[in-house]
Design a protein around this ligand. Structure first.
Ligand SMILES: NC(=O)c1ccc[n+]([C@@H]2O[C@H](COP(=O)([O-])OP(=O)(O)OC[C@H]3O[C@@H](n4cnc5c(N)ncnc54)[C@H](O)[C@@H]3O)[C@@H](O)[C@H]2O)c1
Length: 369
């Protein structure tokens, strides 16, 4: 399978996203070129990544002194306290800015490791090897790092770019179906916000991604998805404006995750699935999109059996709490909630154009769930 190299290039950074199969061997050359002074590597690994990839990676890193940190992850793991432990450990082992921190894991481990890398001695080299579909299509690109706070999701963090992202599609073979669906949520989001042709392709080919997973189809979906993410990140790296479009569905999703106390009952991608449908219904109520558009979305959800009914997870008295969490979202810049809503497949509203008070949201909440 051919390797594809996409370039993230904006005023503050420039790095490659390399996508292909069996490409872990790339790591040695990439470190040699991008981090020439490196002597030590902190290898942060997710316990659920199959051992053969960890062994391979260590083989390719044999020139360096490798310190391995292996973790079982969940949203509660993504905390300031845990980052501090890793930071102290790297400092105790005399890591300096020439050295490298590598994340081999999904979005949780990537956000956590990148945040640690960004604050160790004000920033050491960071390389991301994403191992979930969600991380390959979304979280590994764009430089958002961070951990959760008691007050909400991803509220503590930095913008810090990796030196390179190496996405090996082969690693996704061991991914549980539930996690594949979560990554698919972000793939679908990318098509919804920018690319009707990609949405139509997904409508016809999702079975090759989710049912009989075919790595060639998966690779195409990853490449198309990454191109869309890169399109927004390149225009607005610090999320001052246009990049906020990538948050379609996420204002709801983050509040759902907070109300769910970040438990495994609903994971990030599942919350995004719920959040995108809620945002689409709100778009329809606000007369921003047609019933046809809403039905196109419902159809692709139904073909792929995507579950969006939040009534199954929350009691009625929790809806107000979800709305309250939404008021704390980072994208709000005044007391109103800042939504990205859908105009049609492939097109959303612009950032800061749809602000809704929590009172108004609470009034329509029953209609959008
Ligand atoms: N930084 C960003 O821009 C950004 C964007 C989107 C999401 N995120 C964050 O990403 C996180 C979600 O990421 P995720 O969905 O990858 O979750 P995750 O990191 O929890 O991974 C999902 C599960 O898959 C397991 N796993 C990982 N790789 C595996 C493999 N190859 N084989 C088998 N199991 C494997 C993990 O152990 C975990 O149980 C959330 O915290 C979210 O906030 C960040």
């Amino acid at each position: 399978m051919k390797r594809t190299k996409l370039k993230v290039k904006n005023l503050s950074s420039s790095y490659s996203v390399i996508i292909g199969r069996n490409i872990l061997s790339q790591i040695s050359n990439q470190i040699k070129i991008l981090c020439p002074g490196a002597e030590k590597v902190a290898l942060i690994v997710d316990k659920n990544v199959p051992n053969k990839f960890k062994i391979k990676l260590k083989k390719y890193l044999k020139k360096y002194t490798v310190y391995t940190f292996e973790y079982s992850v969940n949203e509660k793991f993504k905390s300031f306290i845990n980052v501090n432990k890793l930071v102290e450990n790297c400092l105790a082992n005399n890591f300096n800015r020439n050295d490298v921190l590598i994340s081999l894991g999904g979005g949780i481990l990537g956000d956590y490791s990148a945040f640690a890398a960004s604050i160790i001695k004000r920033g050491i080299n960071f390389i991301n090897i994403p191992t979930t579909l969600l991380a390959q299509v979304d979280s590994s690109i764009g430089g958002k790092t961070g951990v959760n706070s008691m007050l909400g999701k991803n509220l503590i963090g930095t913008f810090y770019q990796p030196k390179v992202v190496i996405s090996d599609v082969e690693i996704l073979k061991s991914l549980p179906k539930r996690e594949l669906v979560c990554g698919y949520a972000e793939v679908l989001k990318h098509s919804l916000i920018l690319n009707t042709n990609f949405f139509n392709w997904l409508k016809n080919n999702s079975k090759h991604l989710l049912v009989n997973t075919d790595l060639n189809f998966l690779k195409k979906a990853i490449i198309e998805s990454c191109k869309i993410k890169i399109h927004f990140v390149n225009k607005d790296v610090y999320e001052k404006n246009i990049r906020m479009i990538l948050n379609f569905g996420h204002t709801f999703a983050h509040a759902i995750e907070a109300q769910n106390n970040y438990s495994k009952r609903i994971n990030h991608g599942e919350a995004v699935i719920m959040g995108m449908m809620m945002a689409a219904k709100l778009s329809y109520i606000k007369k921003l999109c047609s019933l046809k558009t809403l039905n196109q979305l419902k159809q692709i959800y139904s073909i792929n059996n995507l579950k969006y009914d939040i009534k199954k997870y929350f009691k009625k008295n929790e809806y107000n709490k979800i709305a309250n969490y939404m008021c704390a979202d980072k994208k709000n810049n005044d007391r109103k909630i800042n939504f990205i809503l859908l105009k049609k497949i492939g097109l959303t509203t612009q950032p800061n154009m749809c602000k809704i008070s929590s009172t108004e949201l609470k009034k329509v909440f029953n209609k959008i769930i």
